[in-house]
Design a protein around this ligand. Structure first.
Ligand SMILES: *Cc1c(COP(=O)(O)O)cnc(C)c1O
Length: 454
């Protein structure tokens, strides 16, 4: 019998998160205060985040210990399985070997609990009563709701309106775990009201929902804010995925030539790829790491590298990143988790230095890839994850044409069980090929007054 599945025991679960900045020659540029344009110190983040997470945000330590209580809860579903995709290889008739790490086995159905749990844990340690957050597709909101209820913290979620309307069961999941969920933009924050004044029918965006959640946290001393992607500490928490995958690829007696993951703000991409990039940076390996993004929100492939706000209204520090401009409101495509205007600072620096690659796919190509994968391997991928599958298919076909044997690993970062409406729309031919125009990008970028980077 062929081995399809590579499993680690609980004891083999990594004991540390990996901080890639310790291995990078060019460190990311510092975040700036939007008023003074001076680098901000960690204390500027204190109203929003507990101190331990702020320390992790700026740490230069390479390995950060995972608290026992966090590993204990991770053990509900971790280590997650790694599969060899024999059936997909057959369907593509490719000589390439394809593996995937499956994060859909978590209670919330994606990689997001890997960071939700430690974030809730450190907030609990510091006596925080309530956490606010935003959610796009609902994956992050449900992960944080799950984590908060475990630690007895109230959770308040601003859910992007298009997803709130199209994904009622994600909302109910959050309610089941005890969270309050609002359709963003709301009229109970200034940020939300300012957007609704301009466009009462705004579909919302992650940037807007972030502004609302931050405003709530900043105005109450017992309330903090949590972000599900982009920030350094979030990316670091996700590196448990790649560390497990390195061990599992060893079990399989293989090593990837290419590592692929979908890209929203960069956390699941960082999670799977950074432990492999470490082998490039420290041990001279040449593993290609490719981030897959939507053609309708292509910050890595068509954005600019400059300072920009992380939210729409402009409440965050200025971050040096690839961005489409913080005013950019992506089309309401179904991969809600990828509708974000910017990219994490570390991932942006790595792309600038050409240490990673990026590629974009339109939504029809992604659903086609997702359905092909579901038919072959059985698991129905989240629409976000299908972006990685589209890249994998291109690479597998390239291997077939060139006759090269390639090993490809990708992150199947979540299942699509709460995204079946989007599959229905795809089957009913209601989805159109959507690629943002050059004029739309230029228009959004022309409004930026934030500092450029030479
Ligand atoms: C949130 C999410 C993403 C995108 O966010 P990243 O931080 O880039 O990982 C991708 N896939 C799924 C399933 C998600 O929940």
């Amino acid at each position: 019998m062929k081995t399809r599945k590579f499993i680690l025991s609980e004891k083999e679960m990594p004991e540390h998160w990996y901080n890639i900045t310790a291995s990078m020659t060019n460190k990311p540029l510092p975040p700036l205060h939007p008023g003074t344009l001076q680098p901000i110190g960690p204390e500027a983040l204190a109203p929003l985040f507990p101190m331990e997470l702020i320390k992790q945000e700026v740490t230069s330590e390479k390995w950060v210990e995972i608290p026992d209580e966090v590993r204990d809860l991770y053990a509900i579903w971790r280590p997650s399985p790694l599969y060899r995709a024999y059936e997909l290889e057959k369907a593509l008739d490719t000589p390439a070997k394809i593996y995937y790490k499956y994060e859909g086995v978590s209670p919330a159905g994606s990689h997001k609990p890997n960071t939700a749990i430690p974030q809730a844990y450190y907030n609990k340690q510091e006596g925080v009563k309530r956490i606010t957050t935003e959610t796009g597709a609902g994956q992050w909101g449900s992960a944080l709701s799950f984590a908060c209820q475990h630690f007895g913290i109230e959770c308040e979620v601003y859910m992007v309106k298009v997803s709130y309307d199209s994904k009622p069961y994600r909302k109910l999941m959050m309610n089941t775990w005890g969270a309050k969920v609002y359709s963003s933009p709301t009229n109970h924050t200034q940020a939300g009201r300012s957007i609704l004044d301009m466009d009462p029918n705004s579909p919302g965006s992650l940037g807007i929902a972030i502004s609302e959640a931050i405003e709530r946290a900043a105005s109450d001393e017992h309330t903090k804010y949590a972000l599900g992607s982009v920030l350094n500490h979030v990316l670091m928490h996700q590196t448990i995925i790649g560390q497990e995958a390195v061990k599992q690829m060893e079990l399989a007696g293989d090593m990837p030539d290419i590592v692929v993951a979908p890209f929203g703000g960069g956390s699941n991409f960082a999670g799977i790829s950074f432990p492999f990039l470490r082998l490039n940076l420290e041990e001279g390996k040449h593993i290609r790491c490719i981030a897959s993004e939507p053609a309708s929100c292509p910050k890595l492939t068509r954005g600019v590298f400059r300072y920009d706000f992380g939210d729409t209204v402009g409440m965050t520090p200025l971050l040096p990143m690839y961005t489409l401009g913080h005013n950019f409101v992506p089309a309401p495509i179904h991969a809600g988790g990828l509708r974000y205007h910017g990219a994490g600072v570390i991932v942006s620096q790595l792309l600038k230095d050409k240490l990673i690659e990026a590629r974009s796919h339109d939504q029809l190509e992604c659903f086609q890839a997702g359905v092909l994968f579901a038919k072959a391997e059985g698991i129905i991928p989240a629409p976000e994850a299908s972006h990685a599958i589209a890249t994998v298919i291109q690479e597998a076909i390239a291997a077939k044409i060139s006759g090269e044997s390639k090993t490809i690993l990708f992150n199947l970062c979540g299942h699509g069980h709460f995204d079946m409406q989007s599959y229905e729309d795809y089957f009913a031919n209601k989805l159109v090929k959507h690629e943002v125009t050059a004029a739309d990008i230029a228009d959004s970028l022309s409004k930026l007054t934030t500092p450029e980077i030479a």
